[in-house]
Design a protein around this ligand. Sequence first.
Ligand code: 13P
Length: 253
Amino acid sequence: MANNRTPIMAGNWKMFKTPAETIAFFEKFLPLVERSTHCEIVICPPFVNIPAAVQAVAGTRVEIGAQNLFWEKQGAYTGEVAGPMLAAAGARWVIIGHSERRQYFGETDQTVFKKTVAALEAGLKPIVCVGETLEEREAGQTEAVLARQFDNGLAPLSPEQFSRVSVAYEPVWAIGTGRTATPELAAEAHRFLRERVRERYGEEVAAQVRILYGGSVRPDNVRGLMAQDEIDGTLVGGASLDPDSFAAIVNYL
Ligand code: 13P
């Protein structure tokens, strides 16, 4: 059954590219997506590239996001960046709780919740990441892990807060491995998450929340993924670094 959710095609550049490389990317990328009105297009570069990226996309439909934020608005937190600073720099989106942040920087469902609230207060649109590791999947714990991540990281949000959040399902075993989840397997996880949303926030919110898939999305597998009614967009790592390849993903139709 068709739905009326506008897809979000987002690129997570992780720790790649300088400001000059950011400008060069947009010079090639923007003309390729000029007519791509079927989806929202978001690029999340490293913090230091946000000003250059915002300037490059001015007057286009492409929006810029950050990959992380801290939950306090300001203060003695060496090395951290606050939501209001990102908004003031022109960022519109922010990725929260990416598995790399959970794995290498000690983020938890509790910090994900605090960061999501902070992002919303700053007027940013959060893309909150969830997903199981290979070990968890093989142990048959996928749904238990997704339930825990949703219940602790997202379910404490009010319905109004949650209505401004997008979710990214990123199975950890599919990230950077070239091993994509099959469209059916991804859709199954999305269905489980949407059902969790329905139980907590009701039918209407569940019908409108956008759930993106991330993990080895490439131009050659994006169509199959996007053909699933449950999949409302993609969060792309490696393949978002090249303008031709990310444009091909955005233009999957
Ligand atoms: P890859 O597309 O490189 O597998 O990364 C996915 C990801 O982590 C996006 O956030």
